[in-house]
Design a protein around this ligand. Structure first.
Ligand code: HEM
Length: 381
């Protein structure tokens, strides 16, 4: 846990070793005044810089200040340590242009080509109320109360300028983002994060996560050092999965359930060998297995930094859990690093029989806030 710096070249909460808990919120901006939007981002930056360092949202704190005014912090984190809290901000396409393509805040000339409207993927069953948004705030911490406190105070500071569109609580990180971390498991019971991009692989992180300087798109120069956050709320058909044989489960993933080793042999961190065949020349890592279809060798060398969480949001009327994986990935460009892979997975991945994508979002995550700067995403203009 501990404390992670808020300022820096990149925003925290991306290559930061994935904390145990997530609270993520997308907001709709309700003001049409550019100055109000800038002021909101200023307030958010100030609060995030404070709460990530274990300070209260405002200078007085929850139990001091003018007695006849509401306290400047809500108080539920008063006695708690910062628990590794990071707060990561992102901008949705709809912040730049509205549904009719109209420039909302004079920002259309900064709309990166990469911040595209995601296509409809095969079998998508997206709920608009759980999708998109003008702004996103990802809070991660090892204590859920600390993450909720951060979002609650930011949402309070948004009053009059933005309202919450959707939120998601997540527990049990489903990825490791550092080699120092143990590989966790998702709700299918499989290790998740084995082959993930790790912060220690600095060259690969530079190539696949951070937007480089000197891109072709002049509208995206402000994104240098930033990244794109892809969010997918993926419901799992848990009850059906739990009636599926171990053989079938392993075949669909392409790895063993216990060790997480590829079905072509070895241990957890052995690279899968797609050429190894068994009886009747059938590949041991099946053609429709998730690991084969998501592997860089099948995707033009593409890798992504996955940073998802398990979720359980009660149950439906049939008594089935509304549970699954809140998939989050950070990528250098969703056009090369997400859309093609998601298309292929949605079409061919055997796991899809047990999955339903119910929410979606794509956000441009600006670079880190320099020491002394007051606005996240500001390029000085
Ligand atoms: C790997 C599960 C959704 C991309 C894996 C692994 C598991 C898994 C068990 C193997 C262990 C590992 O390397 O982490 C799931 C489940 C999903 C899901 C249960 C949905 C609920 C997705 C989505 C994408 C994706 C939506 C991207 C569009 C990947 C990638 C790998 C991977 C890139 C690493 C492949 C490799 O390099 O070997 N996933 N995944 N996954 N998954 Fe998923």
């Amino acid at each position: 846990a501990g404390t992670f710096p808020f300022t820096g070249e990149h925003q925290a909460g991306i290559v930061t070793p994935a904390q145990d808990r997530l609270y993520i919120a997308a907001f709709d901006v309700t003001t049409d005044d550019r100055d109000d939007l800038v002021a909101l981002l200023q307030r958010w930056t100030t609060i995030a810089a404070r709460v990530t360092q274990g300070l209260s949202a405002g200078p007085f704190g929850p139990a001091a200040g003018p007695y006849d005014a509401p306290p400047d912090d809500t108080g539920e984190a008063l006695d708690l340590p910062p628990a590794g809290l990071t707060v990561t901000f992102g901008f949705g396409r709809s912040l730049f242009v509205d549904a009719d393509g109209r420039d909302r805040f004079g920002l259309a000339d900064r709309l990166p080509d990469a911040l595209l409207e995601l296509p409809h993927f095969p079998a998508d069953n997206l709920d608009p109320a759980r999708s998109d948004g003008d702004l996103v705030v990802q809070a991660c911490a090892d204590d859920p109360q600390v993450a909720v406190h951060a979002i609650r105070n930011l949402s309070r500071a948004a009053f009059g300028a933005a309202t919450i569109r959707w939120t998601q609580l997540g527990y049990g990180r489903t990825s490791s983002t550092s080699t120092a971390q143990r590989t966790p498991r998702n709700l299918f019971g499989f290790k998740d994060g084995t082959a993930n991009l790790k912060v220690e692989e600095t060259a690969a992180v530079d190539e696949h996560v951070w937007v480089p300087a000197g891109q072709d798109d002049p509208k995206a120069t402000w994104m240098t050092g930033g990244s794109y956050l892809v969010a997918r709320r993926i419901r799992m058909q848990i009850e059906t999965w739990d009636r599926t044989s171990l053989r079938e489960q392993e075949a669909l993933v392409g790895r063993t359930k216990g060790e997480g080793a590829p079905l072509s042999g070895g241990t957890e961190h052995t690279e899968p060998d797609f050429t190894v065949t068994g009886r009747d020349d059938v590949p041991l890592v099946a053609l429709n297995s998730h690991v084969r279809l998501a592997h860089p060798t099948q995707n033009d060398g593409v890798r992504m930094l996955r940073r998802g969480y398990n979720f359980t949001d009660g149950n439906d009327a049939l008594g089935r859990l509304d549970a699954g994986l809140f998939f989050i990935a950070f990528v250098v460009d969703p056009r090369t690093h997400f859309v093609p892979m998601q298309n292929r997975l949605s079409r061919d991945d055997g796991l899809m029989e047990y999955l339903q994508h119910t929410g979606s979002g794509l956000f441009a995550v600006p670079p880190g806030v320099p020491e002394g700067s007051l606005v996240v995403g500001s390029d000085g203009t």
